[in-house]
Design a protein around this ligand. Structure first.
Ligand SMILES: Nc1ncnc2c1ncn2[C@@H]1O[C@H](COP(=O)(O)OP(=O)(O)O)[C@@H](O)[C@H]1O
Ligand SMILES: O=C(CO)[C@H](O)[C@H](O)COP(=O)(O)O
Length: 509
């Protein structure tokens, strides 16, 4: 889609969103309307189980391709700002900013340890055993997906080929802003959320010394970077909006649950509180589920009826998910679609639990399997998986509320928010209305909002948010189905209880 001919020449912003599977870019105007969109897949390597790697050169090349596509035909002088968002993966460069291998093979194309990489399990156990006070700000337990355990892994496993040669360790969004500007300043968001930096107190030397990464302290954190901009003082959130009662959920390969508060709230198993990491002046708690979109893809693609599904969806020019949703509507008969899983239950932690249990040893579970392998069976397993993800969100919300949050409304964005079944199940299972933004690619509008703020065209993040993001659809929960979902939630909680019992039995003599 290109800018409409009847439009006044104005200011444009570019948003670039680097997800796990692809890079997307959008050209957005001052009203937050998306005028052009492009995407491009990015490479991923899984050289061994739990090792996930990418290439910063490949990602940057993809960013350039999609950006060039969306600005085609536009006078570059009208492009006022560019914003990035990206996964929290670790990029390693040498002192001359060249990629360094993060693998035993010495393949320097693969210089990124991805966020979902779980190679640093023993390192994170040791970090958690220190019980250092910085851990209070990551939910009490550090996740293997954060940067400190990954850095320690590099030091302990690739000392000569990587650690000793490293000049720069970037969080991926900060790598992208360095590539775009040549400035190595880091974002407060990245450093606070994934690197234990405190917006109020700075780095805690004692933590890095205690975990064995005293090198950073001696080096004055040069390889990790310093804060580029003081984001405090931008004022409060959108006028008249009770922002602290909203929970934003970014649902892609994983789901991230972003809740804010005026005072710090400590939620066991939920990352944060992080000051000013998302909205200036507010504390952020970030709950999460490590695999959601990836889990749905895994369950659907691994089923015996997947080839049949693929063929039938292609014949109708539909995505497999649109086909499955209409198939479920067909087989539900008179009952609500969610009731098809009365005897099929899933525990969704196929890649460990990020929140609120913060237990990376947890595994996935399915109960209620039959011998059938047909399309009905696949559709119902897909439904049960979507429901399990929504129950996981309910568990996170309950933990946040028990600690002091008061949440009434969910705001969903990301690839999974395009799936009406996923959205409805989140409303039904949490009992809360779900707001979707008018612009389907709202994550990209968010990145463009950052670019708009950087351009100085808006005085604050809040002003840009109010002007450029608009509510689209609101999906209300089917309250009449509440009793059914409450019962399924009881089963959901039993599943994890039983899984822990099984582990205890197997550990015993
Ligand atoms: N149109 C759609 N309908 C249903 N599911 C979708 C759709 N588009 C994307 N998804 C799901 O969203 C997930 C990817 O979301 P996305 O935000 O693109 O991910 P990421 O940011 O992690 O690259 C996929 O796992 C896929 O299952
Ligand atoms: O840890 C995270 C953010 O704190 C995300 O889960 C990670 O960055 C992946 O994002 P996505 O699922 O959109 O690819």
């Amino acid at each position: 889609m290109m800018p409409g001919g009847d439009q006044e020449p104005g200011s444009y912003y570019v948003g670039v969103d680097v997800g796990t599977g692809s890079v997307r870019a959008a050209l957005v105007d001052q009203r937050g309307i998306l005028l052009a969109f492009a995407d491009q897949p990015i490479k991923r390597w899984e050289p061994q189980f739990n090792h996930h790697e990418q290439s910063s050169e490949d990602i940057w090349a993809a960013c350039c391709v999609v950006t060039k596509k969306v600005v085609q035909g536009i006078d570059v002088n009208q492009i006022r700002g560019l914003g990035f968002d990206a996964t929290c993966s670790l990029v390693v460069l040498d002192k001359q900013f060249r990629p360094l291998p993060v693998n035993h093979e010495g393949d320097s194309r693969r210089n990124i340890i991805m966020w979902l990489d779980h190679r640093a399990i023993t390192q994170v156990h040791r970090i958690n055993e220190t019980k250092h006070s910085v851990l209070q700000c990551v939910g009490g337990v550090m996740s293997v997906e954060m940067q400190a355990p990954k850095l320690l892994w590099l030091k302990e496993n690739l000392r000569e080929t990587c650690w000793d040669k490293a000049g720069h360790f970037f969080d991926l969004p900060d790598f992208l802003s360095w590539k775009a500007t040549g400035v190595t300043a880091r974002s407060l968001c990245s450093l606070v959320c994934k690197w234990t930096y405190s917006a109020e107190k700075g780095w805690d030397d004692s933590f890095w010394k205690m975990i064995g990464l005293e090198d950073f302290v001696a080096d004055n954190y040069r390889k990790i970077g310093v804060i580029g901009a003081d984001v405090r003082g931008h004022g409060l959130a959108c006028e008249g909006q009770p922002v602290t009662s909203r929970l934003a959920i970014i649902c892609g390969t994983s789901s991230c649950h972003m809740g804010i508060s005026k005072d710090p709230i400590f939620v066991p198993g939920v990352w944060g509180p992080y000051f000013s990491a998302m909205i200036p002046g507010f504390w952020l708690n970030e709950g999460g589920q490590s695999v959601t979109g990836k889990l749905i893809d895994h369950m659907v693609q691994g089923h015996a009826a997947f080839p049949e599904l693929k063929a039938k969806a292609a014949a109708r020019c539909q995505s497999v998910y649109a086909y499955l949703n209409s198939h479920l509507d067909l087989i539900k008969k008179a009952q609500p679609v969610g009731f098809l899983t009365v005897d099929l239950h899933v525990w969704p932690d196929f890649h460990g639990n990020r929140s609120p249990l913060a237990d990376l040893t947890l595994k996935g579970m399915v109960t209620g399997l039959k011998l059938s392998q047909d399309l009905d069976d696949l559709a119902i397993l897909y439904l049960a998986t979507v429901q399990a993800i929504a129950f996981g969100t309910r568990l996170i919300i309950e933990a946040m509320e028990a600690a002091g949050h008061s949440i009434s409304t969910l705001f969903l964005c990301g690839g999974l928010s395009k799936n009406p079944l996923f959205v409805q199940m989140h409303a039904d299972i949490t009992g809360m209305p779900v707001v979707l933004s008018q612009e389907v690619e709202s994550v990209l509008v968010g990145a463009a909002i950052l670019g708009a703020c950087a351009s100085g065209d808006f005085t604050s993040v809040q002003e840009a948010m109010a002007r450029m993001s608009k509510v689209g659809k609101v999906v209300f929960p089917r309250l009449e189905d509440k009793r059914y979902y409450d019962k399924k939630y009881q089963v959901f909680l039993k599943l994890v209880e039983h899984q822990k019992e099984y582990a205890a039995i197997m550990k015993g003599d």
